[in-house]
Design a protein around this ligand. Structure first.
Ligand SMILES: [Zn+2]
Length: 345
C-alpha cells in the first residue's frame, strides 16, 4: 500500500435482514437454492458498498457468504461428519456441539474461490480474504480419527494452503488466517501452531496476515475477559516467535482492551493491523478516540507498517452501528495521517 495508514476491517460485517437474522452468530439463512446464491452475492455488494462509503482502503466480502468463520470452511471438507456431534470446550472457554473428524480430511473442491472472484470483479481496491487458522479449526471439532491436535492441524494447513493459492490466483491481495486460539494455547502455539500457520502460507505470492483477538463481543468472551486481570499479556507469550515467522501482517485487538501496547515492540518489523474499534459494545468511537489508539500504537509500530483496523469482526453488531464504526475508523486514521504529514513537512 502506498497510502499511509490504510484502513481495513478484521473481516465480518452484519448481514442484511433479508439474508439472515441480525445480531446473531450462526444465524440460519432465510433463503435457499438459487435465491440464496444470489442473495449472498447481493449482500457482498452491499458490504463492499458500505466499506467504500466509509472510505475503507482494503476491502473484504464482509464474510456475507458464511454462517460462521470456522464452520463454513469445514463444512466443505471431506472427512468431517456434521451429523455425528460431540460437545467440546472451545478455547477452554465455552461448550459447543461440534462435528466429528471421522477419516482423512481433504478439500474436494474450492471453498471461497468463486466468492473471491466475484468480489474481485466488483472493485479495483486491494482486497483481503479471511480463512480460519489451522489451530482454531482443530479447536472447533472433535477428532476421532487422527487423535493428535498437531497432526490434524498440519492436515488442515495443507488444505488451507491449496485454498489460499487459488484465492491469490483469483486476485486476493492479502490472505488472513483467523487464529483466536493463539491467545489461549501458548505452549502449542510455540511448539507447532506457528509452524502449522507457516505451512498454510507456503509459497503464496500475496501478502499474508494472522488475526489474533479476544473474540467476538459475545457473553462467553466478555466473561472470559473479566477473568484476565488488569493487564492482558497473552500476546507476549507468542510475539517473539511470530516476529521470527514468515507472516507479513499481524492483526490485533487494541482499543478498549487491557493489552499493554508496548508489547507491540516485540513484533517490530512486522506490519500491524491495530484494532482501533471495539466490537464488543454498541458505542460508536469518536474519530479522536480512534486517533488516540493509533497514536499510542505509533510509539511501537513504524508509521509505514501501521494498518488501522477493527478489534475483530462486526457480524454480531446492528448494521447502523457497524456503519458508524467504519466511518469512525476512517476519520480517526485521517486525523493521524494529517499529523504525520504535518510532521514530515
Ligand atoms: Zn477476531
Amino acid at each position: 500500500m502506498n497510502k499511509l495508514l490504510p484502513t481495513s476491517t478484521a473481516g465480518s460485517l452484519p448481514k442484511p435482514i433479508w439474508l439472515a437474522e441480525p445480531e446473531t452468530l450462526w444465524s440460519p439463512w432465510k433463503l435457499d437454492g438459487a435465491a440464496l446464491h444470489d442473495g449472498k452475492q447481493d449482500a457482498l455488494c452491499l458490504a463492499l458498498h458500505e466499506q467504500q462509503q466509509a472510505g475503507i482502503d482494503i476491502v473484504s466480502d464482509g464474510e456475507q457468504s458464511r454462517q460462521h468463520f470456522v464452520t463454513t470452511f469445514i463444512e466443505h471438507l471431506a472427512g468431517v461428519d456434521f451429523q455425528q456431534r460431540q460437545t467440546v470446550r472451545i478455547r477452554n472457554r465455552y461448550d459447543a456441539s461440534v462435528p466429528t473428524v471421522v477419516g482423512p480430511v481433504s478439500r474436494t473442491k474450492p471453498v471461497f474461490v468463486e466468492d473471491a472472484k466475484f468480489l474481485r470483479s466488483q472493485t479495483t481496491q486491494p482486497i483481503k480474504w479471511a480463512l480460519p487458522g489451522p489451530m482454531t479449526m482443530i479447536d472447533t471439532l472433535y477428532d476421532a480419527h487422527y487423535q493428535s491436535r498437531k497432526e490434524l492441524a498440519f492436515e488442515f494447513a495443507k488444505i488451507l494452503n491449496e485454498e489460499a493459492h487459488e484465492l491469490a490466483a483469483a486476485g486476493v491481495d492479502i490472505i488472513q488466517f483467523d487464529e483466536p486460539a493463539f491467545n489461549v494455547f501458548f505452549d502449542e502455539v510455540n511448539d507447532w501452531g506457528i509452524a502449522a500457520l507457516e505451512r498454510a502460507i507456503e509459497g503464496l505470492p500475496c501478502e499474508t496476515a494472522v488475526h489474533i483477538c479476544y473474540g467476538y463481543g459475545i457473553k462467553a468472551n466478555t466473561d472470559w475477559k473479566k477473568t484476565l486481570g488488569s493487564e492482558w499479556r497473552q500476546y507476549e507469550e507468542i510475539f517473539p516467535k511470530l516476529q521470527q515467522s514468515n507472516i507479513d501482517i499481524i492483526s490485533l485487538e487494541c482499543h478498549n482492551s487491557r493489552v499493554p501496547l508496548e508489547l507491540l515492540a516485540l513484533i517490530r518489523g512486522k506490519k500491524v493491523m491495530v484494532g482501533a474499534i471495539d466490537v464488543a459494545n454498541h458505542a460508536i468511537e469518536t474519530p479522536e478516540e480512534v486517533a488516540a489508539t493509533l497514536r499510542q500504537a505509533l510509539q511501537f509500530v513504524d508509521a509505514d507498517k501501521l494498518y488501522p483496523c477493527t478489534n475483530c469482526g462486526m457480524a454480531p453488531l446492528p448494521r447502523e452501528v457497524a456503519r458508524g464504526k467504519l466511518q469512525a475508523l476512517q476519520a480517526g486514521a485521517e486525523l493521524v495521517r494529517r499529523e504525520l504529514r504535518g510532521a514530515a513537512e
